[in-house]
Write a protein that binds this ligand. Structure first.
Ligand SMILES: NC(=O)c1ccc[n+]([C@@H]2O[C@H](COP(=O)([O-])OP(=O)(O)OC[C@H]3O[C@@H](n4cnc5c(N)ncnc54)[C@H](OP(=O)(O)O)[C@@H]3O)[C@@H](O)[C@H]2O)c1
Length: 260
């Protein structure tokens, strides 16, 4: 059978970079997507050398509405068919909704939701036709909770959770897997981008991006609907979504995300 090709968005750092390494270890060929071309080229070269795989770099800003179609068209031209799509690119911003720049918050929706849905819509029909492959969406434990002081980010991950669960169910028996990886606090550039240095997030213990990626990758291979890495995060999702009253959950998150 032809070697699998995996497209990873946000492969230039953090969880996406580590997920690319996991799929490379499976000897899958890779298409690496993000804005930072140098970081992508460096990773592509490293993985090509270590695993004797094909690696392709596509520079794209997923906040731009035209990017998913450009990526899809470019891969058609290069005759590269994608078997697995890893929708990992994403970011958040700490602060009150009314205080944060509206344009940046709309970019969260473009990257975390719109690009994820469009890439899924473009690549999924091919997977269904071939009865193989799948989609690994990177959500967050934030998807299980209301998120005062990070409202758009939490809401975007709630969308990813709901969308991924629905697709998982729709595609059972099709040969196509769908998994929603829901990390908790993880070491990466996320906090710096989100300006979390002024919140309680700095005080919590973080998992390594490598550990999160390995768990997500393994759960995807088993076609688990949800993948929540780490016992603390598992407890948080159960307590936050099933045990704690919604009003109490939002008060706790508000304090956690409060800028000091
Ligand atoms: N770290 C955490 O605590 C945590 C917890 C739960 C969920 N997550 C989720 O995990 C995913 C990966 O984040 P991370 O923690 O690994 O953070 P990260 O190190 O900041 O990585 C984010 C990745 O997304 C890419 N990206 C951001 N904006 C983009 C854009 N406009 N166009 C294209 N690519 C873009 C970045 O690449 P460029 O900058 O090169 O474009 C980078 O490769 C995100 O979806 C995040 O929401 C993270």
């Amino acid at each position: 059978m032809k070697a699998e090709t995996v497209l990873v968005t946000g492969a230039s750092s953090g969880i996406g970079l580590e997920l690319a390494k996991c799929f490379a270890a499976d000897r899958s060929n890779l298409v690496l997507v993000a804005r930072n071309t140098d970081a992508l080229e460096k990773l592509a070269e490293e993985l090509r050398r270590e695993h004797a795989i094909e690696t392709h770099v596509l520079t794209a800003d997923l906040a731009r509405p035209e990017s998913p179609q450009i990526i899809f068209d470019e891969l058609q031209v290069r005759k590269i068919s994608v078997d697995v799509l890893v929708n990992n690119a994403g970011f958040g911003l700490h602060g009150g909704f009314a205080e944060l720049p509206l344009k940046r918050q709309l970019e969260i929706i473009h990257v975390n939701i719109a690009a994820l849905v469009e890439l899924t819509g473009l690549f999924l029909p091919g997977m269904i036709r071939c009865q193989r492959g799948g989609i690994l969406n990177v959500g967050s434990v934030a998807g299980f909770l209301p998120g005062p002081n990070m409202a758009v980010y939490y809401a975007s991950k709630a969308f990813v959770l709901s969308f991924s669960e629905a697709l998982h169910e729709e595609l059972l028996g099709s040969g196509v897997s769908v998994t929603n990886l829901c990390p908790g606090p993880t070491e990466s550039n996320f906090s710096q981008v989100a300006r979390s240095h002024r919140t309680r997030e700095t005080r919590v213990e973080k998992m390594s991006a490598a550990a999160v990626a390995q768990i997500g990758h393994a759960d995807f291979r088993r076609n688990r609907c949800l993948s929540v890495p780490g016992i603390k995060n598992k407890i948080l999702t159960v307590v936050g979504s099933k045990i704690l009253p919604r009003a109490a959950a939002r008060k706790l998150v508000k304090r956690y995300n409060k800028l000091t």
